[in-house]
Design a binder for this molecule. Sequence first.
Ligand code: PGA
Ligand code: ZN
Length: 425
Amino acid sequence: MSKIQSVKAREILDSRGTPTLEVEIETSEGIKARAAVPSGASTGAHEAIELRDKDPKRYLGKGVMKALNNVREICAPAVVGMNVRDWKEVDKKLLAADGTENKAKLGANAILGVSLACARAGALTEKQELFQFLGGTAATRLPVPLMNIINGGAHANNGIDIQEFMIVPTCGGSFREALRAGSEIFQTLKKILDEDGFSVAVGDEGGFAPKLKGNRAALEYVMKAIEKAGYKPGQDVSLALDVAATELFKDGKYTWEGKKISSEEVTDIYAGWAKDFPLVSVEDGLSEDDWEGWIHQTKTLGSKLQLVGDDLFVTNPKRLKDGISKKAANAILIKVNQIGSLSETLDAIKMAKAASFRTVMSHRSGETEDTTISDLAVAFDCEQIKTGSLCRGERTAKYNQLLRIEEALGAKGSYWGRKAFAGQV
Ligand code: PGA
Ligand code: ZN
């Protein structure tokens, strides 16, 4: 039996230059594996706790030495000696060592780092790719990428309310061809924005962050780029949004382009856009606790649009269960650090699939070069993945890993493509 021999942690930098945790596991066979933890900016109130030092003398309070010490002093002694292939048992041990509902004691960052590093060490021990180790022979489908090419909201300072304007290349028959379409549209958008005198500097997730007139103007630019790049909107490439509406919500109203409007009015705006644009998906179209609004939105738009709960569900099986029974949303965003362990991430995906909710594996706006989510998307057969724009190394790292996975699968592999949006495209 290959055992966990040591668990180390280090403080590294994420893509925003903010500290995050990296965990490294060494096994009794001398195998070393590591995993880095991502971090959000528009975080949901119900996410598991990301432990930060709050020591203003280091990294403006954002150091992660407390979480690091929790890995060293509590997680490591708890899991050393365990079978490295038993990632689910390792997770159980970690959750028991924490003992809180929201991982407040050890920190979701500490637990997740160990959880992911263990899965990676297990895969290496079995001489398998991570997606094969976790998903077995059934793991053969490549997800459709939702590519965030215009950034606004909390990820940019351009005054646009909506956080992410995404393209959805369902065309091409393979992930590789879909990636090519995304890249060509991204480069075309850059050219068009530049010609019109807008900035082509990029936001946190690598999308452009031009100071456009408003949300609709951003949608129109994306449409122009799709067409100019030679693709058919709605047929080859569709549109998706992450409104991150929790950020717009205050005292029961949404601040929308300077006006205060109700959740029904926000829903009416999406209904209008769904007529005017090939829009297939709206994520966090309403705020995280606006359950009534979500129920209404799902009733009115759920047959036409994929409605994705991110802050609403925070990858938490308990909140998802609530959402399923209330018929709020019809899809879930999956972020490993929102819940803080691999096992619970898988639980959320299984629950979603059992309720015919679609699943979108996702990065965070603060990322690293770690590519675990690419493997998870294939291993757990998520129809879609959201991992940012077509530039910035921490984003392209995930796309490049999906290319490798597609290559490794060869003839056994397939692209989710249009099937990911059955009934819509
Ligand atoms: P975050 O943004 O990582 O800053 O939360 C991503 C998202 O909202 O989907
Ligand atoms: Zn989101």
